[in-house]
Design a binder for this molecule. Structure first.
Ligand SMILES: [Zn+2]
Length: 313
């Protein structure tokens, strides 16, 4: 019998669970639990940690009714995850500082657990797909364009976490000195120009109107100048930022995922141009940038595949 791994993608307002046989999802479950709010209400660490453990255990037990033999669990969490499976902090979900979630969940469920940052987990999912075509691939950069801009880096076949699990926070690279205010406390961060909110802000600046990213994408398809301009701004800042990241990391593969990647046709070509023109000329043709696998299972699948890779090693 083949090995089954459970992937969990923890968001601030919902949790997704999927049982995977390699990259194939065979059972899934999704719940709209608002962990952000509930942990804020819990008010202190022990109660918030208990809430997270119960939420994760709930999904696990539910899916075990369909798949009794789960060999391991990968948890993708929005926050800084250290090499020893400790959540240093989750900027989105309060009261979880220095939470040894990996060992606490392993102990609670008696199943091995791998904890990973959510963008790193998605990066690993993309890397797994890449490796199916190119078994010798060793590195990949992932950019998630959603509510914010997340980043993950696979190096030597595994996610690179950094000392405090905060590597690849590319959403907070400064791209416009003195520019739009960011939730992190700085100004002009990439996230304010290349996320869904960034796109909305760009469109609003030109037109004075608020519009959903899907509407802006539709308008761009119809050659609406303000919508085209908003995507141009996104592509310029993201392309320049990624060129700088490549200068530091020397990686040849970039995949762009997250909700906004559905509008790839509106910015992909310009992004490629901007990336290329900001790179070291001799290396311009070495980097391949493309939309990721694009479905909203990326985090869950990546977490399950990572658990499989780490735990079966
Ligand atoms: Zn910022």
């Amino acid at each position: 019998m083949s090995s089954l791994y459970l992937g969990v993608d923890v968001g601030g307002t919902n949790l997704r669970f999927g049982v995977f046989d390699a990259a194939q999802c065979i059972a899934s479950y999704r719940t709209a639990m608002n962990l952000r709010e509930r942990c804020a209400q819990a008010g202190e660490a022990a109660a918030a940690q208990q809430l997270v453990l119960e939420a994760l255990a709930g999904g696990y037990h539910r899916l075990r009714q369909q798949c009794p033999q789960i060999d391991g669990i990968g948890v993708a969490f929005p926050g800084f995850v250290t090499a020893d499976g400790v959540l240093r902090q989750s900027p989105n979900i309060p009261h979880l500082e220095d939470f040894a979630l990996e060992s606490a969940l392993t102990e609670a469920l008696q199943v091995p657990v791998v904890l990973e940052n959510d963008a790193n987990a998605a990066a690993f999912g993309e890397f797994w797909s890449l490796r199916q075509e190119r078994p010798d691939a060793t590195s990949l950069i992932y950019v998630g364009l959603g509510t914010g801009v997340g980043g993950g880096w696979i190096q030597g076949g595994r996610p690179w976490r950094g000392e405090d699990g905060a590597a690849m926070e590319i959403g907070h690279l400064t791209v416009v000195p003195g520019g739009r205010r960011c939730g992190c406390g700085n100004q002009g961060c990439l996230e304010q120009y290349a996320s869904a909110q960034g796109l909305i802000s760009s469109y609003l600046e030109t037109t004075g109107m608020n519009a959903d990213p899907k509407i802006i994408a539709q308008l761009a398809q119809d050659e609406n100048p303000a919508a085209l301009r908003a995507f141009q701004t996104l592509a310029e800042h993201l392309g320049q930022a990624l060129a700088h990241v490549i200068k530091v990391l020397d990686c040849r593969q970039i995949r762009v995922g997250g909700g906004l990647s559905a509008a790839w046709d509106c910015f992909g070509e310009e992004l490629r141009t901007q990336l290329r023109s900001n790179m070291i000329p001799a290396l311009q043709d070495t980097v391949e940038i493309a939309a990721g696998n694009g479905d909203d299972e990326a985090g869950v699948r990546g977490a399950a595949l990572l658990a499989r890779e780490v735990l079966s090693a």
